[in-house]
Design a protein around this ligand. Structure first.
Ligand code: FES
Length: 107
């Protein structure tokens, strides 16, 4: 199962494993990671699942859709070049070991 590591704004790390096909947002919810709110449940309508994706993982992600890019203009914390919506990142073998940093605030 792919692993994903969450790094909180305070620098605390937690690594979890989830089956292929689970989103990074859902992995965070399953693990009780507090820094991801995910108000809309993954339907790309809230931008409260904002994460910063570290390299080399960022380059491995599919290009973001226009809708994801639009939603990322509404984040509470600063949008950076590494910003993505974690509900749109689907775990699989290619992303095994992905590390995402949580922004200071989601709401
Ligand atoms: S959970 Fe709402 S946009 Fe990702």
């Amino acid at each position: 199962m792919p692993k994903v590591t969450f790094v909180t704004h305070d620098g605390v790390t937690k690594t979890v494993e989830e089956p292929d096909g689970v989103s990074v947002m859902q992995a965070a919810q399953n693990a009780g990671i507090g820094g991801i709110v995910a108000e809309c449940g993954g339907s790309m309508m809230c931008a409260t699942c904002h994460v910063y994706v570290a390299e080399p993982w960022l380059s491995k992600l599919p290009d973001m859709t226009a809708t994801e890019s639009e939603m990322l203009t509404m984040t509470v914390s600063e949008r950076k070049p590494s910003s993505r919506l974690s509900c749109q990142i689907v775990l699989g073998a290619a992303l095994d070991g992905i590390t995402v940093e949580l922004p200071e605030k989601q709401i």
